[in-house]
Structures are given as C-alpha cells and as structure tokens.
Design a protein around this ligand. Sequence first.
Ligand SMILES: Nc1ncnc2c1ncn2[C@@H]1O[C@H](COP(=O)(O)OP(=O)(O)OP(=O)(O)O)[C@@H](O)[C@H]1O
Length: 271
Amino acid sequence: MASRNVLTASDVTIEYPAHSVSPSHVAVKGFTLTIEPGEIVGLVGSSGSGKSTLAQVASGQAALKTGSEVQPRIIGGSLQVLGYEMRTIRRNKLTEFTLGVGYVKQDAGTTLTPNMTVAEIVAEPIFLRDRKHDRRDAGLKAATLVDSLLLPVGTMLKQPHELSSGQRQRVAVARSLALDPVLLIADEPTAGVDVSVRGQVIDAIAGFQRARGGAALLVSHDLESLRRAVDRIAVIHEGVVVGLGDIDEVLDDPRHPYVAELARETSDSEW
Ligand SMILES: Nc1ncnc2c1ncn2[C@@H]1O[C@H](COP(=O)(O)OP(=O)(O)OP(=O)(O)O)[C@@H](O)[C@H]1O
C-alpha cells in the first residue's frame, strides 16, 4: 500500500562519487525519517553533517544537476518523496515532481535574477507552470507572500541589488512558496536574516504551510529560531541521525554527546 507520508527515508545512505582527484565520500549514513502531510520538521546539525546533501537529494535538485557538477547519489536504503522513489526517479518525471516540492537552496538570496523586480521573481514559478495564468492573481499571490515574510510592500518593485542580504533571502523563500508546495525543503532559510526577525520568518513559513496542510523540512544549525515553529526535530551528526522527536524531549534526554552539546548551548543562550 502506498505510504501517506510526504517523505519516508528508510536507512538512506548517500555518496558523492569519486571525481577528479577526490575519492568517493559517504555524506549521509543510514538516515531514517518520516514527514506526514502538514508536519513541520527541523533538521539540525553542525557544519558538514550532511544536511544540504539530504536537502538536495530529497528535493530532486541533485538529480537535476548536469554536466561536470558532482551529483550526490543514494547508494543504500530508500527515500520516497510524494510517492516518488528518489533513488530511481527518472529525469522526465522531475518537472512534475518539483511542482509539488518547494526548495530553498543554501544562499538562495545570492542567486536571484538581477534585472527582475521582486514581484516578477516571486511570481515567476506561477508563469513557468502556466504561462497564461491570470496576471492579477499572480501579482496578488506574490504580494501576499512578500507581506507574510515581513517585507515592506514597496519591496515588490525593487530589484535584488536594492535589498539587504536578509531581504533577498526572504524573497527566495517567498518564491519557493508561490506554487503552494505540498512539501517545502528549505536549506538555512534565515541565513543572513537579522537575528531579531529570524524566528518570525521561520514562524511565517511554518504558518503558511500549516494553513494549507503543507509540510516542511527546515534545515538549520540555529535551533533557537526553529524552536517555536517545528513539530519535531531530527538531529544529524556526521551523516547519522542522533536525535529525533519533540524538541524538548530530544534535548532533555540526549542519547548522543552531540545532542548533549546542543542542549548545553541552548540552555546557555537562555540566560
Ligand atoms: N561536491 C562534493 N563532493 C564531495 N564531498 C562533498 C561535496 N559536497 C559536500 N561534500 C561533503 O559531504 C559532507 C556533508 O556536506 P553537507 O554540505 O551536506 O553538510 P551540511 O550539514 O549541509 O554543512 P553546512 O551546514 O556547512 O552547509 C561533508 O563532509 C562535505 O565535505
């Protein structure tokens, strides 16, 4: 019977194949996680722990890589996203797949198209899906998203170079939500965003997804900004899940030294 989960990772192992002088490298080892419809899950871990690799593979972006780019590949276990097995997904299915999965890549704010306005950038996915889509409706959608990510309405007519890095990052997030994704995978969505509004931006993303029954996997090394918004966290360390569940339960009963370290950092920052 087909799973009702939007994401089911069972013992997934992901490798970067050998390239030029670099040997192959296993970045994610035996990763297991499920995300149900409407669930907001945080993926937390230190630098190099495998978060971006997972995000790229689960969002279909790794499979979209071409030419000389090194594509991480699943070499063990199973990763099902919206019913597609990512280990074997065919290239001709990726367009259909990515209509249901929003993706914010790491540093997404730095790669916005320079000569487009924010309104055009945010609404573009709507016209890529259906070039005859009603312009007024798409404009309204873009304005609603820009507003919900706490950007001033005047931002709509600006171009990326007129914005701060944190504002650009929020534009990238707004764009990723334009197609009402069933699952949003966001890799450090608040990178560069002012500390004072990071929590609110995460709350806005979670609120937008929850309101429509959408799910999210929010990747971050900043546990504090995720705390209010997520239903559960998965803690990853050197490619392995070392903590999974309700955020307080995971931190109150650390089963791994890295989780204990995270719990200590979190309690220190509360003073
Ligand atoms: N193109 C690549 N080729 C080989 N190894 C890679 C490649 N990209 C990443 N890695 C390795 O895979 C592992 C996981 O990297 P990844 O970027 O997924 O970690 P991360 O948790 O997202 O880190 P960060 O928080 O710094 O972004 C690291 O050991 C990294 O060096």
